[in-house]
Design a protein around this ligand. Structure first.
Ligand code: ADP
Length: 579
């Protein structure tokens, strides 16, 4: 039976029983009161009148007041007939009284009248007794029925009290427990209500839902496992080493290549803290240092890592990718870990080496024939082997310029190969700053004269010695002055200055030429970079090699420039400390 029907039936029954009890009680009370009233009104009054008549008779009705009292009460009795036969008795009393009234002293008649009165009295007293026992029966009946209905009411209320709360609360309790289990992902949970009421329907719906969730979980899990396996296989088969870490540094996955290069065993790595492994493993330490040492991050340039594994040298470019997700129900992104990816760049590196070697060989091989061309030109110019006419001289000048340019280019290319192969040979010794500058000025003298550019020298007095490789520094200064001449206008001045700044010797080369736009200032030190639209011939190598040369000596090379106003290149090199 439905809960609603049960409630309506139970409470309805109780309600009707209470209504029945109330009606019944009021009916019986009314009946009892009517019966009592009958006794009081009809019989009790008659007894009162007859008693008054007896009193008047005893006092002697010869006296006028007694007579009147008798007559008065007789009259009232005649108007208060309630029992069967009472009227006849009252009429007989009235007739006998009339006779007694004629002969008030007649004792026989007095006796007859007294008998008549007591007959009426007796009749009413019997009636009172009869009615009283009738009322008693009614009262007993009322008590019986009221008790019966009351007991039924109590029983119904009691049954409802015992059953109803449990009937409603127990399934709700069971259901809420099961919902909690489902919330805890225990999808095998079911509820078992046997009733065919609303709770039964709820239980069926709940069980269906739990079954579907269980099915969904199982299918999802299976799908997830397949996907996980697929991704794991994919990562494992990658040629590039991949290491996955959680936020605390726990190793979640590491593919075979990563295990090979680190020399770790899978069981020794997975689920372990990478920080602990890094204590004993140098490569691991290098891979994770920027993850756990925030101060070092900025200072670590992302240079390729050289790793010796599988009996050969390999180069890897490291990339650390933070894994960010938006957790379910949240809006902000949260980092849950990192993936360390090492890209194997060995083939590119090998190609790069081949390119550097090739350039070095070609440059080196070109140097000798170019020098011999230069020497031949010089020989022709010196007129030792005959005179040349003006036209031939201008052709020779052209050949000389081209040979010089070729020599400069091959020199730059050779220097670049030195830088690239990391084999810059430095001879850092005590050196004189002014001497180095004079060498560079001398090397550029001809070019300056051609454009009628003057040098303005500002050299501080009593300059200390500096610690530098004179050749390399002179090469850099020559290059800077050469640029200053190339990129400034005819008849201008190039300012050359040497001063000491803190513990450094500072050379500056300032021109009033075309200047460099701010967006290119960072880039001019990159290899092969040339400011777009730069019409002057060049390789774009000079400044990058210069920077490498100066930094290799523990110095710095910087630039300030304003477009259209000129540029200033500044070299700082350490001063020689007197022992
Ligand atoms: P390049 O052989 O092209 O001169 P560099 O490395 O010496 O190569 O210079 C790179 C670029 O920087 C040049 O192409 C030029 O655009 C710019 N540059 C260098 N020096 C100056 C300067 N003094 N004034 C203006 N631009 C300059």
């Amino acid at each position: 039976m439905k809960i609603k029907a049960k409630l309506v039936l139970g409470i309805g029954l109780l309600f009707s029983m209470i209504a029945l009890l109330t009606t019944m009680s009021s009916v019986y009370i009314n009946k009892l009161s009517a019966e009592t009233k009958n006794i009081l009104v009809d019989n009790y009054n008659t007894i009162d009148y007859t008693r008054n008549m007896l009193v008047a008779l005893n006092n002697g009705i010869a006296a006028q007041p007694q007579l009147e009292a008798f007559q008065e009460n007789l009259k009232r009795q005649e108007g208060n007939i309630s029992e069967v036969g009472e009227e006849e008795l009252t009429q007989k009393l009235a007739q006998d009284f009339l006779q007694l009234k004629q002969k008030p002293m007649d004792s026989l008649l007095t006796k007859t009248v007294r008998t008549d009165i007591s007959d009426i009295m007796l009749m009413n007293m019997q009636a009172i007794r009869r009615k009283s026992s009738l009322a008693e029966v009614t009262a007993d009946k009322a008590i019986f029925w009221i008790s019966l209905v009351g007991t039924v009411c109590f029983l119904i209320a009691f049954i409802l009290l015992i059953n109803l709360p449990g009937n409603i609360a127990n399934p709700i309790k069971e259901l809420s427990n099961s919902i909690k289990q489902i919330a805890d992902q225990n999808y095998s949970q079911r509820v078992h209500f046997e009733s065919h009421n609303e709770f039964g329907e709820l239980a069926t719906a709940f069980n269906t839902m739990a079954e579907k969730l269980e099915e969904y979980k199982a299918s999802n899990l299976e799908k997830l496992m397949i996907e996980k396996k697929r991704i794991e296989t994919l990562i494992d088969n990658m040629n590039d080493p991949v290491i996955g870490l959680d936020n605390l540094g726990l190793i979640l996955f590491m593919n075979t290549t990563a295990l090979n290069i680190t020399g770790l065993k899978r069981e020794d790595a997975l689920g372990k803290l990478v920080q602990n492994i890094a204590v004993k493993n140098d490569l691991m330490r290098m891979l994770i240092q920027e993850l756990f040492d925030s101060k070092e991050v900025a200072s670590i340039p992302n240079t390729p890592i050289k790793i010796y594994a599988d009996q050969k040298e390999s180069y890897f470019q490291k990339e650390i990718i933070p894994i960010n997700i938006v957790p379910t129900g949240e809006k902000a992104e949260k980092q849950i870990g990192n993936v360390i990816l090492l890209q194997n760049i060995t083939p590119y590196k090998e190609l790069d080496f081949a390119k550097t070697n090739f350039i070095a060989t070609v440059s080196h091989e070109l140097k000798t024939p170019i020098s011999s061309i230069k020497m031949s030109v010089q020989l022709l110019e010196s007129k030792q082997i005959g005179t040349v006419n003006d036209e031939q001289k201008s052709l020779l000048d052209g050949i000389k310029d081209d040979a010089n340019r070729l020599l400069k280019i091959t020199g730059e290319l050779l220097n670049m190969t030195q830088v690239e192969s990391g084999s810059i040979q430095l001879k850092v010794i005590k050196a004189d700053a002014e001497e180095i500058l004079q060498y560079a000025i001398h090397a550029n003298k001809q070019a300056a004269e051609q454009k009628q550019i003057k040098f303005h020298l500002d050299i501080a007095n009593n300059l200390p010695l500096l610690m530098a490789d004179s050749d390399k520094t002179a090469w850099v200064l020559t290059n800077l002055i050469s640029n200053a001449l190339r990129y400034s206008y005819e008849h201008s001045t190039v300012h050359l200055k040497i001063a000491t700044v803190n513990d450094f010797m500072q050379f500056s080369v300032a021109d009033g030429g075309q200047g460099i736009a701010p967006e290119y200032l960072d880039k001019i030190f990159d290899r092969y970079f040339r400011v777009p639209g730069s019409k002057k011939e060049g390789t774009g190598l000079g400044l990058s090699i210069s920077k490498e040369f100066i930094e290799a000596q523990g110095g710095t090379l910087s630039v300030t420039s304003e477009l259209g106003l000129g540029s200033t290149f500044t070299i700082q090199l350490p001063i020689h400390r007197m022992a």
